[in-house]
Design a protein around this ligand. Structure first.
Ligand code: IDP
Ligand code: MG
Length: 139
């Protein structure tokens, strides 16, 4: 059965451009409940650890530099079928390919600076949530 939790980050470009409020309001309107949230900034080392699965990809260094370049909003979200429904709400990685009405289509600048993160599996939702909110009893 699909889990009820997913993890998200509003990425540095979207925070910098003043989109925190609009993005959170879309998330809430779509039935997600915020279980934990914080405004924080990753060090390059922390970004490297979070995205370690992409270590071999050509864009890894650029991704770690970008993700540590400014504040982000990290949040743990709850809803039925959370991972799949949230991926649908944010849209494809490349905003040019993201469906009309998705968060990336509306707010992302490029395939690298793409406004928002969403976990890709229930397992990763827990791993990623723990990365930022290890103190929570949910885990
Ligand atoms: P996802 O965020 O849609 O799950 P992933 O393939 O897991 O996409 O990639 C993680 C992040 O790495 C993306 O959200 C984006 O910021 C960045 N990224 C992915 N592909 C590229 C690329 O081809 N060039 C530059 N950055 C990329
Ligand atoms: Mg991914």
């Amino acid at each position: 059965m699909a889990g009820r939790l997913t993890f998200t980050m509003i990425k540095p470009d979207a925070v910098q451009n003043g989109h925190i409020g609009e993005i959170l309001s879309i998330i809430l309107r779509n039935g997600f409940k915020i279980r934990a949230m914080k405004l924080t900034q990753l060090t390059p080392e922390q970004a490297g650890k979070f995205y370690a699965v992409h270590k071999e990809r050509p864009f890894y260094a650029e991704l770690c530099a970008y993700m540590s370049s400014g504040p982000i909003v990290a949040a743990l979200l709850e809803k039925e079928n959370a991972v799949e429904d949230f991926r649908a709400l944010i849209g494809a990685t490349d905003p040019a390919k993201a469906a009309e009405g998705t968060i990336r289509r509306m707010f992302a600048k490029s395939i690298s600076e793409n406004a928002i993160h969403g976990s890709d599996s229930d397992e990763n939702a827990l791993v990623e949530g723990r990365f930022f909110f290890s103190e929570l009893e949910i885990f």
